[in-house]
Each structure stands twice: as C-alpha cells, then as structure tokens.
Design a protein around this ligand. Sequence first.
Ligand code: HEM
Length: 313
Amino acid sequence: MFEEDQDVHEVLPKYQSDLLKYNAKTILTSYSLPIFLQAPWIRTLPLRMNSEARRKYLYTRDVMQKVVSERRTDTGKRRHDLLQILIDSADPETGEKLDDEDVISNVLLFLAAGSDTSSNTAFFVLLRLLRDPRVLRALQEELDPLPRQEGGLIPYTRLKDLPYLDAVIKESTRLDPVVGALARQADADMVLAGYHIPKNTIVVASPMAAALGSEWGDPLVFRPERHLGAEGKNEDRIMVPWSLGTRNCIGKTTPFRLPQNFALMEIKMVIGNFLRHYSIEDVPGLVQNEERRAFVTIRLKDEKYTMRIRKRT
Ligand code: HEM
C-alpha cells in the first residue's frame, strides 16, 4: 500500500479506506460463512451438511464421554491437564462440581476455539520470520543460550521470560490477528463514539483495523522492537487480537486455574522450541500465494505453504 519514501500521513486517508474495504470483505466472508449463526433454523433442515455435522458431533461427544468416565473412575489415570482441572474445579461457595455434560461441552468449546486460532497464529509467526531474516536471527540469539531439559525442550520457567519472543508474537498477532471480526449485539439503544446504535443492532469490530492505526507510525511494517523498552509502553496504541471485556479469549485470561496466558504459552512453546532446533527458509524459485482469507479464523487462502526446514547444529 505504501510506496518507498512516502509520508505515512499523506497516504493514510487512502490507506484507511483500503483497509476498510479489506475489512468489510474479510468480515463479509467470515460472516457469510457460518450462515447458521445468523439463521439457526438452517440447522434443522434435512440437509446432508446437517446430518454430517451431527454425526461428527455425536462421535466426538462419544469419545469425550469415554475419556471423562475413565478419568472419574480410575484414580490412577489422573493427569495434570486441562481436563483434570475441569473435572476437579468446584464452585468456591457451594462446592458444586461440573457434571459430565458441562465438562464435555467445555472441552469441545476449547477444542473448537483453541485449535485453528493457535495453529494459524503459530504459522503466521513463522511466515513473518521467513520474510525477515534479521528478526529470525535476533530471536534465535535469544533462544540459543537457554538451558535444555530432557528431550531438548526449553524449560517452562525460562519460556515465561523471553522478551524478544513475546515481542515477535505480539507483532505478528498485530499484523495477522486470526480472529478477523468481533461481533456484539446491542442490548439497549446506545450512543457509541457519537453514533446512535439502536437496540439489537449487531456491531462488528475489526482487530486488524484497530491494530493498524496511525499511532503506530509505520503500521504495516513488521517490527517487534515496537513492543520493547520505552517504545513498548506507548499506551495510545491499540491491538485486540484476543478481544477485550468479559467475553475475551479465555485462552488468554485465567479461568479454571489455567496457567496464565495459556494460549500464548502454547505458541511460545511451539515457536521457541522449534526455532531453537530448526532453521527455516523459503524454497528457492517456488512462488506461493500469501493471500489471506477468513474462514471462521483468518488463514492463507490456499491453506498450504511449503518452507524448507533444516536441523540446526
Ligand atoms: C492464538 C490463539 C488464540 C487467539 C488469537 C484467540 C482469540 C480469541 C478471540 C479474539 C476471542 C473473542 C471472540 C469474540 O469476542 O467474539 C476468543 C474467544 C474464546 N477463546 Fe480464544 N484465542 C486463541 C486460543 C484459544 C485457546 C487455546 C482456547 C482454549 C483453551 C481458547 C478459548 C476461547 C473461548 C472459550 C472463547 C469464548 C469466550 C467467551 O465467549 O466467553 N482460545 N479467542
């Protein structure tokens, strides 16, 4: 969008309208897709799509029921994981625990909400690093001196304190937030940023538009350093890849005694350990489509990307 040497403030008005178009397209694609979210009765029609979805849903529930029953009966099978936390958690006032139905529903929700989001985010981090060998090198310099535990993995306690890795992931989620639209329905007439919003209106916010405002200076440039040191403390800048408020991502906050920033730690473990052991580069001469599209989450339009991976010595 920007030409070299162009002043960002000159191009911003055009750029913002491009951005609005992009976001409108993204939002329309993502919201035309799960049509049953807007017209739930479609789910009741005798369509193949519905019977297939039901079959898969029942199969997954069945598998989960077996796993949960096993956990409840066989105390030898206790494990320190998310499922065990759900099974053990009790209401602090009543002591009431979740029944099987609640545990299974939550697990399925975590699977649905936490799979594509995490894997697409990890992929976009790698893609950004492929495009920027300087950042990749700086990140590997941070990772290389870390101790290794059994299996060559970086110890969890050390992963928590890796500022450059944090900054790389932050910068990647700023430019490629995998949730492209946050939708809310107004439960009353209200005025929002000067606009009258009638009750029941669906308002859609775009994490991508929010994270590309002029307050970033060079919003389209991948530059993890902007999240570090004094520059990192600039409170005027906005990014909401995990959403905000009471319905924000529970993979980012701490429900059910989950480790803080569960989803973020997951990405850090994958990227940190992977790049500690492997280097990545593009396949020479192979031209690949990097266009994004929204299919519930944002992903590559072609859903595939080939990169060369080498074991580091
Ligand atoms: C990089 C990974 C992830 C990203 C970028 C992400 C992003 C988001 C965003 C933006 C929302 C809010 C949607 C909205 O406001 O409409 C959300 C909701 C949610 N996320 Fe994540 N998520 C990630 C990983 C995870 C993981 C690993 C889990 C589960 C363990 C998870 C569980 C959930 C749940 C249950 C909700 C719904 C919360 C509610 O409606 O109250 N997410 N996520």
